[in-house]
Design a protein around this ligand. Structure first.
Ligand code: C2O
Ligand code: CU
Ligand code: CU
Length: 565
C-alpha cells in the first residue's frame, strides 16, 4: 500500500517536472436551450489555486459563472431566476431588446429566497450576449464572485452561413476576466480594479485543444475594468465576424483588437495550416499603452496596479488537434445584410460628458452621479437618437446602454474602424476622445421603469457613473389616470396547485404580481404574468400568502390573500 502511494507521488512529480507551464483544461459551460430556463443563483466555493478554496457564486451546478443559454430568435423565453444567495441581487440580460420591467437592471431586485420570472420575445439578431448581476453598488462584488453567463442567439440568417457552430468543439465561448486573491485565497474587490491572475471561463491558465480548421471564438470581456488588446502569439491574421449585437456584413481581418469591458466579439481563426500537436496562444498585448488604457497602469499592486498590468499575457493556450469531419475550411465572404441608422436619421441629439475622477471624486456623467429615483433622460418611443459621449478626462471608459443596439457613426479620433462597424451595445471610449452613436428606441414604452446607461467598469458603475432613461409611449397630458383599486378575487381558495385570478373588469391588464408569505417576505415576482393560466403555487409551503397585483394603466397595487393547503 505504502509502495503504491509513493509510486503515485512519483508519477505526479514526473508530470510536474515535464510540463513547462501548468495548464488546466478550459471549462466549457454547459448549455440550456428551449423556452423555459431555470437559473438558480448559489453561493459556493471552489479550488482555484493551491491552498484554501475560494468562496464563489455560480448558477445551477456551476461553481463560477453559469450555463450558456441558447435562444432562437422569435421564441418567447421564460426565465425562472431563483435567488439562493445570501444577498439580494438582480440578473440583467445584457444586450437584449425587451420591456424595461424584464430587463433585470438595478430596479428589478430579487430578494434572497425569491423567484423572479421575466419573459420576453427574442428579437435580437444571432450573436453572443450575456447575463450578469446589476444590483447597484453590489455589481462589482457579485460579478467578482463569478455570477454571470453567456447567451447565444441563433437566427435563420446566421443558420444559412457555413460558420463553425458546434458548441465546445469549433465554436467556443471565452469569458475573459482576472482576479486578485488575498492571503487566504479569497477574491479581493474592495479598492481593487484589476485582478492579478487570469481566469478564462473561470479556469486559471486555461488550455484547449482546437481542431485543425476554421474555429469560431465568442469572446466576452467579463472584467471589472481591464481592456484586452487581443492577438495571437504568431501575429496571425484573424477575422472579426460579429460585434455585440450581430454579424458584420463581411469579415474584417485584423491582427490585434481591443475589447473593453462588456464588449463581445466573434472571431474566426484559421488553424488549417497548423501542425497537429503544435501550440498557439491567444494573448492580451497590454504592454506599452499610455496612461488611460484600462490595465495599462504600470503599478504591480495597489488599487490601480496588477501583476497583469502593462504586460503581455496568455488568455488561452491552444493545442492544435485533428480536424473534425465536415469542419469549416473557408471563410464566408459575406455574412449579413445589415442596414444601419445614420446620423442623418436622428431627430434628437443628446450629449453626455464624462466628469469626476479627480482625487476621491468618483467618475460620473454630467456631474450627476446616479440617483435611484432620478430619471435622467426621457425618450419618445419610435425616435431615432444620436448620442455623443465626450471624455475630456484622464481615463478610458466602456459606455453601455440598455434596450438598444446602436451604430457608432463617428469618433473624434478618426474614422470608425471596420472591426466595430456592426451592432454595438458597448463602446470603448479612450481618454480625450468623443464617440457618437445612433440608436432607434422601439416597441417597449414604460413611463415608470427606466433602462440604464453606464460605464461598464463595475467599480465605476457602482461608484455612480450611471444614468437612467424611460421610453415613453404617450404624453402624460393625454393619459387618464384613475387611481382606483382593481377589483379581483382569487380562486380556488384554499388551493394546493394553482391560484386563478378573476377580475370584475375584464379589460384590466396586469403589470406585476408579487407573492409574499404571511411575514411579508417576497416569494415570487412576476412581471406581466400570464395570469390567465393561473399561477403555479404547488411547491409553496402550506400557509397564508398575499398576492399583490399592480395594474398596468394606473400602477395601483391591490392585495388579496389566499391559503396554500
Ligand atoms: Cu451589462 Cu447595465 O449592463
Ligand atoms: Cu446591459
Ligand atoms: Cu468608467
Amino acid at each position: 500500500m505504502i509502495k503504491n502511494i509513493s509510486f503515485l507521488l512519483l508519477i505526479f512529480c514526473f508530470f510536474d517536472i515535464s510540463l513547462s507551464a501548468q495548464y488546466n483544461p478550459l471549462h466549457i459551460p454547459d448549455t440550456l436551450s428551449g423556452t423555459q430556463f431555470n437559473l438558480t443563483l448559489i453561493d459556493t466555493f471552489t479550488q482555484l489555486r493551491s491552498g484554501n478554496q475560494t468562496i464563489t457564486s455560480g448558477v445551477n451546478k456551476n461553481v463560477f459563472w453559469g450555463p450558456t443559454l441558447i435562444f432562437n430568435q422569435g421564441d418567447t423565453v421564460h426565465m425562472n431566476v431563483r435567488n439562493n444567495l445570501n444577498d439580494s441581487t438582480t440578473i440583467h440580460w445584457h444586450g437584449f431588446h425587451l420591456p424595461a420591467v424584464m430587463d433585470g437592471g438595478p430596479h428589478q431586485i430579487i430578494p434572497p429566497g425569491t423567484i423572479w420570472q421575466p419573459y420576453w420575445k427574442v428579437t435580437n439578431q444571432a450573436s453572443t450576449y450575456w447575463y450578469h448581476p446589476h444590483l447597484h453598488q453590489m455589481t462589482q462584488e457579485q460579478m467578482t464572485k463569478g455570477l454571470g453567463g453567456f447567451i447565444i442567439v441563433r437566427d435563420a440568417e446566421e443558420a444559412k452561413l457555413a460558420l463553425p457552430r458546434t458548441y465546445g468543439i469549433d465554436d467556443i465561448p471565452l469569458a475573459l476576466t482576472s482576479r486578485r486573491y488575498d492571503a487566504s485565497n479569497q477574491f479581493v474587490f474592495v479598492n481593487s480594479a484589476y485582478g492579478d491572475y487570469m481566469l478564462t471561463n473561470g479556469t486559471p491558465n486555461a488550455e484547449v485543444s482546437l481542431p485543425k480548421q476554421f474555429v469560431r471564438l465568442r469572446i466576452l470581456n467579463a472584467e471589472m475594468e481591464r481592456a484586452y488588446n487581443l492577438g495571437f502569439s504568431d501575429n496571425r491574421t484573424f477575422y472579426i465576424i460579429g460585434n455585440d449585437g450581430g454579424l458584420l456584413n463581411a469579415p474584417v481581418p485584423v491582427t490585434r483588437m481591443i475589447l473593453a469591458v462588456g464588449e463581445r466579439v466573434e472571431i474566426m481563426v484559421d488553424l488549417g495550416n497548423d501542425a497537429v500537436g503544435s501550440v498557439l496562444d491567444l494573448n492580451a498585448y497590454n504592454s506599452g499603452f499610455a496612461l488611460g488604457f484600462p490595465g495599462g497602469e504600470p503599478a504591480t499592486s495597489g488599487q490601480f496596479g496588477s501583476l497583469l498590468n502593462n504586460t503581455t499575457f496568455s488568455v488561452l493556450h491552444v493545442i492544435i488537434a485533428s480536424p473534425t469531419a465536415n469542419g469549416i475550411t473557408a471563410l464566408p465572404q459575406t455574412l449579413a445584410n445589415n442596414t444601419y441608422p445614420t446620423a442623418a436619421d436622428a431627430t434628437v441629439n443628446r450629449t453626455l460628458n464624462v466628469t469626476g475622477g479627480q482625487g476621491p471624486v468618483p467618475f460620473s456623467f454630467d456631474n450627476a452621479p446616479f440617483v435611484f429615483s432620478k430619471i435622467n433622460k426621457t425618450i419618445d418611443i419610435n425616435t431615432t437618437e444620436k448620442w455623443t459621449i465626450t471624455n475630456n478626462n484622464i481615463f478610458g471608459h466602456a459606455f453601455h446602454i440598455h434596450d438598444v443596439q446602436f451604430k457608432i457613426v463617428s469618433r473624434s479620433s478618426g474614422a470608425v474602424a471596420p472591426y466595430e462597424s456592426g451592432w454595438k451595445d458597448v463602446l470603448y471610449l479612450p481618454r480625450s476622445e468623443s464617440a457618437t452613436f445612433v440608436a432607434r428606441f422601439t416597441d417597449y414604452s414604460d413611463d415608470i421603469h427606466p433602462f440604464m446607461y453606464h460605464c461598464h467598469f463595475a467599480n465605476h458603475e457602482d461608484g455612480g457613473m450611471m444614468g437612467q432613461f424611460v421610453v415613453t409611449g404617450e404624453t402624460t397630458s393625454t393619459k387618464e389616470v384613475a387611481p382606483l383599486p382593481i377589483e379581483f378575487t382569487l380562486y380556488p381558495n384554499p388551493t394546493d396547485d394553482r391560484i386563478y385570478i378573476s377580475f370584475n373588469d375584464p379589460s384590466v391588464e396586469v403589470y406585476y404580481i408579487r407573492l409574499t408569505n404571511a411575514s411579508g417576505r417576497t416569494i415570487y415576482m412576476l412581471p406581466r404574468p400570464h395570469w390567465q393560466a393561473g399561477i403555479d403555487v404547488s411547491h409553496l409551503a402550506s400557509g397564508i400568502y398575499m398576492l399583490q397585483l399592480t395594474d398596468e394603466k394606473t400602477k395601483e397595487v391591490t392585495t388579496r390573500s389566499f391559503v396554500k393547503k
